[in-house]
Design a protein around this ligand. Structure first.
Ligand SMILES: *Cc1c(COP(=O)(O)O)cnc(C)c1O
Length: 411
C-alpha cells in the first residue's frame, strides 16, 4: 500500500501527505509512482512468456507523465479519441503499441490514427468499415484493423459501465460478426488483423471473462479456418478492484483464464486494463471547510466536489475516505462537496475521527476515472496532479487558474 500511516501521519510513499498539500493546496490528486509500476508489473509478470502487450486504457488516467511512466515500464496505450492518441504519442509510446477503439470515431480521428501508424484500429460497425476503407484509399494506405465484437455476455457490473451485452452500444452485435468479417475482406484498403472485445468495467467475477474469451477465441479459430490471416487478439480491460467489500479477481487467475483460451491460437495478445492499474495508485486530497449539523446529521463539507471526482455522483460509487491525521473513529459524517447538486456526496455515515475546519482527508482509489473525469462545473478549477516517487514529488499538472477556465470565452 503506497498510502499508509506512519506515526499517525498519512504518507504517500516517503512523503507526508499533509506536507504536499500544504505546498500544492487542496483539492489535489496524489499519485504513487511505485504503485502504478507495481500494478502494471502484476500484469507484465502474469503474462510473462506470452507474446502480450499490456495497453493501459488512457481514459482511466490521461496525464502524459503517467503515460510516460507506464510506457517506460513497457506499456502500450488503449485510446478512445484523437486526443488520447496524441497524448500517448507525446508520452513516447510506440505507435505500434497504440490501440484506437470507440463507437463514434470521426474522419479526422481515423485519419490521425492512420497517419500516426498506430498498431490497431478497432472497427465497431459495418458503416465504419467502409469509412475507414475510404480514408485509407484516399491516402493510398492500408488500414490495419481488428473488429471489436460484442460477445453478448452480461458482466454483472454497473448499468453505466457494462459494454458487452447485446443491448449495449459497443462492438459489432454477435449475430452480425461473421458477415461483417466477410465484408471487411472484400475492402481493398483494409488489412483484417484481429479480433477485439471489451465487455465492461469493474468486473469482479472471472466467469463473464471466461464466457467472453471462449466465444471470441472460437470465432478467431473459425476465421483462421476460413482463411483470415489473423495476427492478434485483443481481450479488452475491465478487471475490477476492491473499492469496498468486493473481492477483486487476481491478475494471475485472470491471466491463466486468458492464456488457456488464447494460447492454442498462436496470436499476439493485447490487453487494455485501466482501472486495475490506476485506481489504487491515486488519492484525492481535500480540506474540510466546515462541519455542518442539520436534522441530527453531521456534514463534513470538503473543498473537493463532484467536478473533481465524479464517480460517487455518477455511479453511486463507493470510495474509502480516511483522515490524513490518523485517529480513532469518533463520529459519523456525511462527506460532501460544495457543488450545487444534491448528488455531490462522497460518502454517507462515514466513521471518522472528530473533524474540524482545516483538517485533511484522503479519498482513496481515485487514480482511475478521477482526474481524467474532472470538469469545470460550477466554474471550479481542475485540481493539480502530483506524482510522488520515494521522498520526491513533482507537479505533473498545475492547478488550473480562473484565467485558463475562461480563456476561450468571447464576451
Ligand atoms: C474503458 C475501456 C477500457 C478500460 O477498462 P477498465 O475497466 O478501466 O480496465 C478498455 N478498453 C476499452 C475499449 C474501454 O473503453
Amino acid at each position: 500500500m503506497s498510502f499508509a500511516y506512519q506515526n499517525k501521519k498519512l504518507m504517500c510513499e516517503g512523503m507526508a501527505v499533509a506536507a504536499i498539500a500544504a505546498q500544492a493546496g487542496t483539492p489535489c490528486y496524489l499519485y504513487s509512482a511505485h504503485q502504478f509500476r507495481e500494478n502494471f508489473g502484476a500484469y507484465r509478470n502474469a503474462f510473462l512468456g506470452a507474446d502480450a502487450t499490456i495497453c493501459f486504457a488512457v481514459k482511466a488516467c490521461s496525464n502524459i507523465a503517467i503515460l510516460k511512466l507506464l510506457g517506460t515500464a513497457g506499456a502500450g496505450a488503449d485510446t478512445v479519441s484523437g486526443g488520447e492518441i496524441r497524448r500517448a504519442l507525446l508520452a513516447g509510446i510506440a505507435p505500434e503499441k497504440i490501440i484506437f477503439s470507440g463507437v463514434g470515431k470521426t474522419e479526422d480521428e481515423i485519419a490521425l490514427a492512420l497517419e500516426s501508424g498506430i498498431g490497431q484500429l478497432n472497427v465497431e460497425s459495418p458503416e465504419e468499415l467502409e469509412i475507414v476503407d475510404g480514408i485509407a484509399a484516399a491516402r493510398r494506405a492500408k488500414a490495419r484493423i481488428s473488429l471489436r465484437v460484442n460477445p453478448d455476455v452480461d458482466a454483472g457490473t454497473h448499468e453505466k459501465i457494462s459494454t458487452g451485452r447485446k443491448s449495449d452500444k459497443f462492438g459489432i452485435p454477435w449475430p452480425e460478426v461473421w458477415e461483417t468479417y466477410q465484408e471487411a475482406r472484400t475492402l481493398s484498403h483494409l488489412e483484417v488483423e484481429g479480433v477485439a472485445c471489451h465487455i465492461g468495467s469493474q468486473i469482479t467475477d472471472l466467469a463473464p471473462f471466461e464466457a467472453a474469451f471462449a466465444k471470441v477465441t472460437d470465432l478467431a479459430r473459425e476465421l483462421q479456418a476460413d482463411g483470415f490471416r489473423l495476427r492478434r487478439i485483443d481481450l479488452g480491460g475491465g478487471l475490477g478492484i476492491q473499492y469496498r467489500d468486493e473481492t477483486a479477481v487476481d491478475v494471475g487467475d485472470y491471466a491463466a483464464a486468458v492464456m488457456q483460451s488464447v494460447r492454442p491460437l498462436g496470436l499476439q495478445l493485447f490487453l487494455e486494463p485501466g482501472r486495475s492499474i490506476g485506481a489504487s495508485a491515486g488519492a484525492l486530497i481535500s480540506e474540510v471547510q466546515f462541519i455542518k449539523h442539520a436534522e441530527g446529521r453531521s456534514f463534513a463539507v470538503l473543498d473537493a466536489g463532484m467536478n473533481d471526482l465524479a464517480r460517487p455522483a455518477i455511479y453511486g460509487a463507493y470510495h474509502e475516505i480516511i483522515p490524513v491525521r490518523q485517529g480513532d473513529p469518533a463520529e459519523s459524517y456525511d462527506v460532501v462537496g460544495p457543488v450545487c447538486e444534491s448528488s455531490d456526496i462522497f460518502g454517507t455515515n462515514r466513521r471518522l475521527p472528530r473533524l474540524a475546519a482545516g483538517d485533511l482527508v484522503a479519498i482513496l482509489n481515485a487514480g482511475a476515472y478521477g482526474a481524467a473525469m474532472s470538469s469545470n462545473y460550477n466554474t471550479r478549477s481542475l485540481p493539480p496532479e502530483i506524482l510522488v516517487e520515494g521522498d520526491q514529488c513533482k507537479v505533473i499538472r498545475e492547478r488550473q487558474r480562473f484565467e485558463d477556465i475562461i480563456a476561450l470565452e468571447r464576451y
